[in-house]
Design a protein around this ligand. Structure first.
Ligand SMILES: Cc1ncc(COP(=O)(O)O)c(C=O)c1O
Length: 328
Protein backbone atom coordinates (compact mmCIF):
# COMPACT_ATOMS: atom_id res chain seq x y z
CA UNK A 1 0.00 0.00 0.00
CA UNK A 2 2.44 2.63 -1.20
CA UNK A 3 -0.42 5.00 -1.96
CA UNK A 4 -1.25 5.40 1.68
CA UNK A 5 2.25 6.60 2.59
CA UNK A 6 2.23 9.28 -0.11
CA UNK A 7 -1.22 10.49 0.89
CA UNK A 8 -0.10 10.89 4.49
CA UNK A 9 3.08 12.75 3.59
CA UNK A 10 1.29 15.01 1.12
CA UNK A 11 -1.40 16.02 3.59
CA UNK A 12 1.30 16.92 6.08
CA UNK A 13 3.40 19.00 3.71
CA UNK A 14 1.46 20.33 0.69
CA UNK A 15 -1.28 22.92 0.29
CA UNK A 16 -3.18 21.71 -2.76
CA UNK A 17 -4.42 24.49 -5.06
CA UNK A 18 -8.13 25.30 -5.50
CA UNK A 19 -8.77 22.98 -2.57
CA UNK A 20 -10.39 23.24 0.82
CA UNK A 21 -8.02 20.84 2.57
CA UNK A 22 -10.77 19.72 4.93
CA UNK A 23 -12.35 17.88 2.01
CA UNK A 24 -9.43 15.50 2.03
CA UNK A 25 -10.34 14.30 5.49
CA UNK A 26 -13.05 12.27 3.77
CA UNK A 27 -12.11 12.36 0.12
CA UNK A 28 -8.71 10.72 -0.34
CA UNK A 29 -6.05 12.32 -2.50
CA UNK A 30 -4.91 10.15 -5.38
CA UNK A 31 -1.13 9.85 -5.43
CA UNK A 32 0.12 9.57 -8.99
CA UNK A 33 3.29 7.75 -9.93
CA UNK A 34 3.29 8.04 -13.70
CA UNK A 35 1.26 8.95 -16.73
CA UNK A 36 1.02 7.82 -20.34
CA UNK A 37 -1.36 9.15 -22.98
CA UNK A 38 -4.79 9.55 -21.41
CA UNK A 39 -3.90 7.36 -18.41
CA UNK A 40 -2.54 8.10 -14.95
CA UNK A 41 -1.23 5.35 -12.63
CA UNK A 42 -1.05 5.39 -8.85
CA UNK A 43 1.70 3.80 -6.74
CA UNK A 44 -0.31 0.63 -6.28
CA UNK A 45 -0.61 0.11 -10.03
CA UNK A 46 -4.19 1.29 -10.40
CA UNK A 47 -4.93 3.04 -13.68
CA UNK A 48 -7.14 6.17 -14.04
CA UNK A 49 -8.58 7.72 -17.18
CA UNK A 50 -7.50 11.34 -16.86
CA UNK A 51 -10.72 12.95 -18.05
CA UNK A 52 -9.60 16.45 -17.04
CA UNK A 53 -6.26 16.00 -18.84
CA UNK A 54 -4.75 17.17 -15.56
CA UNK A 55 -5.88 20.60 -16.86
CA UNK A 56 -2.79 21.19 -18.95
CA UNK A 57 -2.03 18.13 -21.09
CA UNK A 58 -5.24 18.12 -23.08
CA UNK A 59 -3.60 18.42 -26.48
CA UNK A 60 -0.93 15.74 -26.37
CA UNK A 61 -1.61 13.62 -23.30
CA UNK A 62 0.89 12.49 -20.67
CA UNK A 63 4.47 11.54 -21.34
CA UNK A 64 4.48 12.50 -24.99
CA UNK A 65 7.61 11.12 -26.67
CA UNK A 66 8.22 14.03 -29.01
CA UNK A 67 7.74 16.68 -26.35
CA UNK A 68 10.06 14.78 -23.99
CA UNK A 69 12.72 14.50 -26.67
CA UNK A 70 12.77 18.25 -27.29
CA UNK A 71 12.62 19.17 -23.61
CA UNK A 72 15.56 16.84 -22.89
CA UNK A 73 17.53 18.27 -25.81
CA UNK A 74 16.91 21.82 -24.62
CA UNK A 75 17.77 20.96 -21.00
CA UNK A 76 21.09 19.63 -22.12
CA UNK A 77 21.82 22.78 -24.13
CA UNK A 78 20.43 25.73 -22.22
CA UNK A 79 18.03 25.22 -19.32
CA UNK A 80 17.32 28.93 -18.77
CA UNK A 81 18.52 32.38 -19.58
CA UNK A 82 16.80 35.72 -19.05
CA UNK A 83 14.87 37.29 -21.90
CA UNK A 84 15.55 40.80 -20.61
CA UNK A 85 18.77 41.84 -22.30
CA UNK A 86 19.43 38.32 -23.66
CA UNK A 87 17.85 36.24 -26.36
CA UNK A 88 18.17 32.65 -27.63
CA UNK A 89 17.25 30.58 -30.64
CA UNK A 90 14.21 28.68 -29.22
CA UNK A 91 12.44 31.90 -28.34
CA UNK A 92 13.27 33.43 -31.70
CA UNK A 93 12.13 30.33 -33.61
CA UNK A 94 8.90 30.00 -31.64
CA UNK A 95 8.13 33.71 -32.02
CA UNK A 96 8.75 33.60 -35.75
CA UNK A 97 6.45 30.60 -36.12
CA UNK A 98 3.69 32.08 -33.95
CA UNK A 99 3.94 35.39 -35.70
CA UNK A 100 3.63 33.71 -39.10
CA UNK A 101 0.63 31.69 -37.95
CA UNK A 102 -1.23 34.49 -36.18
CA UNK A 103 -0.01 37.49 -38.21
CA UNK A 104 0.07 39.34 -34.89
CA UNK A 105 3.68 40.47 -35.05
CA UNK A 106 5.89 40.30 -31.96
CA UNK A 107 5.35 37.71 -29.22
CA UNK A 108 5.28 38.39 -25.52
CA UNK A 109 5.64 35.53 -23.04
CA UNK A 110 4.00 34.84 -19.71
CA UNK A 111 4.34 31.98 -17.30
CA UNK A 112 0.79 30.64 -17.17
CA UNK A 113 -2.86 31.37 -17.94
CA UNK A 114 -3.43 33.91 -15.19
CA UNK A 115 -0.26 35.69 -16.20
CA UNK A 116 -1.47 35.79 -19.81
CA UNK A 117 -4.69 37.43 -18.59
CA UNK A 118 -2.69 39.97 -16.57
CA UNK A 119 -0.62 40.78 -19.63
CA UNK A 120 -3.74 41.20 -21.78
CA UNK A 121 -5.35 43.53 -19.22
CA UNK A 122 -2.18 45.59 -18.97
CA UNK A 123 -1.69 45.73 -22.72
CA UNK A 124 -5.19 47.02 -23.35
CA UNK A 125 -4.98 49.70 -20.66
CA UNK A 126 -1.47 50.62 -21.85
CA UNK A 127 -2.75 50.96 -25.42
CA UNK A 128 -5.47 53.40 -24.40
CA UNK A 129 -3.19 55.46 -22.21
CA UNK A 130 -0.61 55.69 -25.01
CA UNK A 131 -3.26 56.82 -27.46
CA UNK A 132 -4.58 59.63 -25.27
CA UNK A 133 -7.34 57.87 -23.32
CA UNK A 134 -5.80 57.19 -19.89
CA UNK A 135 -9.22 56.92 -18.27
CA UNK A 136 -10.22 54.00 -20.44
CA UNK A 137 -9.12 51.51 -17.86
CA UNK A 138 -12.16 49.47 -16.91
CA UNK A 139 -12.98 45.95 -17.99
CA UNK A 140 -16.18 44.06 -18.61
CA UNK A 141 -16.28 40.42 -17.60
CA UNK A 142 -18.83 37.66 -17.92
CA UNK A 143 -20.78 36.21 -15.05
CA UNK A 144 -19.43 32.79 -14.05
CA UNK A 145 -16.20 33.42 -15.90
CA UNK A 146 -12.86 32.14 -14.65
CA UNK A 147 -9.54 33.69 -15.63
CA UNK A 148 -7.09 32.59 -12.98
CA UNK A 149 -6.18 33.40 -9.42
CA UNK A 150 -3.83 36.35 -9.48
CA UNK A 151 -5.40 39.60 -8.29
CA UNK A 152 -5.77 41.09 -11.78
CA UNK A 153 -7.24 37.91 -13.19
CA UNK A 154 -9.59 37.62 -10.20
CA UNK A 155 -10.90 41.10 -10.97
CA UNK A 156 -12.40 39.70 -14.19
CA UNK A 157 -13.34 36.37 -12.65
CA UNK A 158 -16.76 35.59 -11.21
CA UNK A 159 -16.31 32.46 -9.16
CA UNK A 160 -17.06 33.24 -5.50
CA UNK A 161 -14.84 30.53 -4.05
CA UNK A 162 -11.81 32.23 -5.59
CA UNK A 163 -12.85 35.85 -5.01
CA UNK A 164 -14.73 36.04 -1.73
CA UNK A 165 -11.84 36.23 0.68
CA UNK A 166 -9.88 38.73 -1.38
CA UNK A 167 -12.69 41.26 -2.01
CA UNK A 168 -10.74 44.12 -0.46
CA UNK A 169 -7.79 43.53 -2.77
CA UNK A 170 -9.71 43.14 -6.00
CA UNK A 171 -10.69 45.98 -8.36
CA UNK A 172 -14.41 46.24 -9.08
CA UNK A 173 -15.16 46.03 -12.76
CA UNK A 174 -18.34 45.59 -14.72
CA UNK A 175 -19.94 42.17 -14.67
CA UNK A 176 -22.27 41.27 -17.51
CA UNK A 177 -24.59 38.37 -18.24
CA UNK A 178 -23.04 35.23 -19.60
CA UNK A 179 -23.84 34.13 -23.16
CA UNK A 180 -24.47 30.66 -21.80
CA UNK A 181 -27.75 29.39 -23.23
CA UNK A 182 -28.46 27.55 -20.00
CA UNK A 183 -28.59 30.87 -18.11
CA UNK A 184 -31.06 32.47 -20.49
CA UNK A 185 -33.69 34.59 -18.79
CA UNK A 186 -37.18 34.52 -20.27
CA UNK A 187 -37.66 38.19 -20.90
CA UNK A 188 -34.39 38.83 -22.75
CA UNK A 189 -34.22 39.54 -26.43
CA UNK A 190 -31.68 40.61 -29.01
CA UNK A 191 -31.90 42.90 -32.00
CA UNK A 192 -29.64 42.00 -34.91
CA UNK A 193 -29.14 44.66 -37.56
CA UNK A 194 -27.32 44.51 -40.84
CA UNK A 195 -26.94 46.13 -44.23
CA UNK A 196 -27.04 44.12 -47.41
CA UNK A 197 -26.87 44.38 -51.12
CA UNK A 198 -28.75 41.12 -51.27
CA UNK A 199 -26.99 37.93 -50.35
CA UNK A 200 -25.88 38.61 -46.76
CA UNK A 201 -29.34 39.85 -45.79
CA UNK A 202 -31.12 36.86 -47.31
CA UNK A 203 -28.81 34.41 -45.64
CA UNK A 204 -28.90 36.20 -42.28
CA UNK A 205 -32.67 36.35 -42.33
CA UNK A 206 -32.76 32.68 -43.20
CA UNK A 207 -30.50 31.97 -40.19
CA UNK A 208 -32.47 34.04 -37.69
CA UNK A 209 -36.06 33.76 -38.87
CA UNK A 210 -38.56 32.36 -36.39
CA UNK A 211 -36.12 32.49 -33.47
CA UNK A 212 -38.06 33.47 -30.42
CA UNK A 213 -35.84 35.98 -28.66
CA UNK A 214 -34.22 37.60 -31.68
CA UNK A 215 -35.45 40.32 -33.98
CA UNK A 216 -33.54 40.83 -37.19
CA UNK A 217 -33.65 44.10 -39.09
CA UNK A 218 -31.98 44.29 -42.50
CA UNK A 219 -31.46 47.44 -44.53
CA UNK A 220 -31.17 47.06 -48.29
CA UNK A 221 -30.97 49.62 -51.09
CA UNK A 222 -34.37 50.10 -52.74
CA UNK A 223 -34.16 48.50 -56.20
CA UNK A 224 -30.51 47.75 -55.43
CA UNK A 225 -30.95 44.00 -54.98
CA UNK A 226 -32.16 41.37 -57.42
CA UNK A 227 -35.88 40.56 -57.36
CA UNK A 228 -35.01 37.10 -56.16
CA UNK A 229 -32.96 38.39 -53.20
CA UNK A 230 -35.63 40.94 -52.31
CA UNK A 231 -38.26 38.21 -52.22
CA UNK A 232 -36.02 35.95 -50.18
CA UNK A 233 -35.78 38.69 -47.57
CA UNK A 234 -39.29 40.05 -47.59
CA UNK A 235 -41.50 37.01 -47.92
CA UNK A 236 -40.43 34.86 -45.00
CA UNK A 237 -43.71 35.34 -43.15
CA UNK A 238 -41.68 35.35 -39.94
CA UNK A 239 -42.71 38.04 -37.48
CA UNK A 240 -39.20 38.55 -36.10
CA UNK A 241 -37.89 39.70 -39.51
CA UNK A 242 -37.93 43.40 -40.47
CA UNK A 243 -36.79 44.72 -43.84
CA UNK A 244 -36.15 48.35 -44.65
CA UNK A 245 -35.71 49.36 -48.29
CA UNK A 246 -33.68 52.54 -48.34
CA UNK A 247 -33.49 55.19 -51.05
CA UNK A 248 -29.74 55.10 -51.53
CA UNK A 249 -26.83 52.73 -52.00
CA UNK A 250 -25.52 49.79 -49.98
CA UNK A 251 -22.95 52.16 -48.45
CA UNK A 252 -25.79 54.38 -47.19
CA UNK A 253 -27.34 51.32 -45.51
CA UNK A 254 -24.01 50.32 -44.02
CA UNK A 255 -23.36 53.80 -42.71
CA UNK A 256 -26.71 53.80 -40.87
CA UNK A 257 -25.77 50.50 -39.23
CA UNK A 258 -22.41 51.91 -38.17
CA UNK A 259 -24.00 55.08 -36.83
CA UNK A 260 -26.54 53.04 -34.90
CA UNK A 261 -23.70 51.36 -33.05
CA UNK A 262 -22.22 54.68 -32.08
CA UNK A 263 -25.53 55.91 -30.73
CA UNK A 264 -25.18 55.30 -27.02
CA UNK A 265 -28.80 56.29 -26.31
CA UNK A 266 -30.07 53.77 -28.80
CA UNK A 267 -27.93 50.93 -27.58
CA UNK A 268 -28.07 51.60 -23.86
CA UNK A 269 -31.32 49.76 -23.31
CA UNK A 270 -31.06 47.20 -26.08
CA UNK A 271 -29.20 44.00 -26.60
CA UNK A 272 -28.00 45.12 -29.94
CA UNK A 273 -25.70 43.41 -32.39
CA UNK A 274 -24.72 43.49 -36.05
CA UNK A 275 -24.50 40.76 -38.61
CA UNK A 276 -22.21 40.25 -41.54
CA UNK A 277 -21.33 37.25 -43.65
CA UNK A 278 -17.99 35.61 -44.11
CA UNK A 279 -16.92 35.26 -47.64
CA UNK A 280 -13.27 34.59 -48.31
CA UNK A 281 -13.04 37.61 -50.60
CA UNK A 282 -14.41 39.75 -47.85
CA UNK A 283 -12.20 38.55 -45.03
CA UNK A 284 -9.73 41.40 -45.35
CA UNK A 285 -12.22 44.27 -45.45
CA UNK A 286 -14.22 42.58 -42.71
CA UNK A 287 -11.15 42.31 -40.55
CA UNK A 288 -10.54 46.02 -41.00
CA UNK A 289 -14.19 46.76 -40.28
CA UNK A 290 -14.17 44.76 -37.05
CA UNK A 291 -10.79 46.15 -36.03
CA UNK A 292 -12.35 49.57 -36.51
CA UNK A 293 -15.30 48.49 -34.39
CA UNK A 294 -13.02 47.23 -31.66
CA UNK A 295 -10.78 50.28 -31.74
CA UNK A 296 -13.88 52.39 -31.23
CA UNK A 297 -14.61 50.26 -28.22
CA UNK A 298 -17.87 49.18 -29.73
CA UNK A 299 -17.74 45.43 -29.47
CA UNK A 300 -16.40 43.16 -26.83
CA UNK A 301 -16.22 39.92 -28.78
CA UNK A 302 -17.36 38.11 -31.88
CA UNK A 303 -19.62 35.17 -32.23
CA UNK A 304 -19.93 32.80 -35.15
CA UNK A 305 -23.37 31.58 -36.13
CA UNK A 306 -24.03 28.92 -38.67
CA UNK A 307 -26.60 30.02 -41.19
CA UNK A 308 -26.43 27.11 -43.63
CA UNK A 309 -24.29 28.16 -46.58
CA UNK A 310 -23.06 31.20 -44.72
CA UNK A 311 -21.31 31.62 -41.42
CA UNK A 312 -22.10 34.82 -39.62
CA UNK A 313 -19.70 36.76 -37.53
CA UNK A 314 -21.62 38.70 -34.94
CA UNK A 315 -19.75 41.30 -32.92
CA UNK A 316 -21.16 41.36 -29.42
CA UNK A 317 -22.20 44.73 -28.17
CA UNK A 318 -20.65 46.10 -24.99
CA UNK A 319 -21.93 44.31 -21.94
CA UNK A 320 -24.81 42.77 -23.78
CA UNK A 321 -24.60 39.37 -25.32
CA UNK A 322 -26.19 37.26 -27.93
CA UNK A 323 -25.14 33.64 -28.10
CA UNK A 324 -27.81 32.75 -25.64
CA UNK A 325 -30.57 34.00 -27.87
CA UNK A 326 -29.69 32.14 -30.97
CA UNK A 327 -30.93 28.75 -29.96
CA UNK A 328 -28.49 27.18 -32.44
C1 LIG B 1 -10.21 30.56 -19.11
C2 LIG B 1 -9.03 30.45 -18.20
N1 LIG B 1 -8.24 31.53 -18.02
C3 LIG B 1 -7.18 31.46 -17.18
C4 LIG B 1 -6.88 30.31 -16.49
C5 LIG B 1 -5.70 30.31 -15.54
O1 LIG B 1 -4.66 29.55 -15.98
P1 LIG B 1 -3.46 29.20 -14.99
O2 LIG B 1 -4.00 28.27 -13.97
O3 LIG B 1 -2.41 28.62 -15.90
O4 LIG B 1 -3.00 30.49 -14.36
C6 LIG B 1 -7.66 29.18 -16.66
C7 LIG B 1 -7.37 27.94 -15.94
O5 LIG B 1 -8.13 27.01 -15.87
C8 LIG B 1 -8.77 29.24 -17.53
O6 LIG B 1 -9.57 28.18 -17.70
Amino acid sequence: MKNHKYIKRSLKSVWHPCTQMKHHENLPLIPIEKGRGVWLYDFDGKKYLDVTSSWWVNLFGHNNKIIKKYIARQLNTLEHSMLAGLTHSPVIELSEKLSKLTKLGHCSYGSDGANAVEIALKMSSHYWSQTGFPLKNKYIYLENSYHGETLGALAVTDVPIFRTHYGALIKNYIKTDSPDLRLKKNNQSLVVIGATSGDTGSAAIHAFQNLKNIKICILHPHKGTSQFQRKQMTTTGSDNVFNIALEGSFDDCQSIVKRAFNDIDLTKNQSFTAVNSINWFRILPQTIYYAWALSNNNFSSFLCIDGGYNKFVVPQWHNKHCAQYCGK
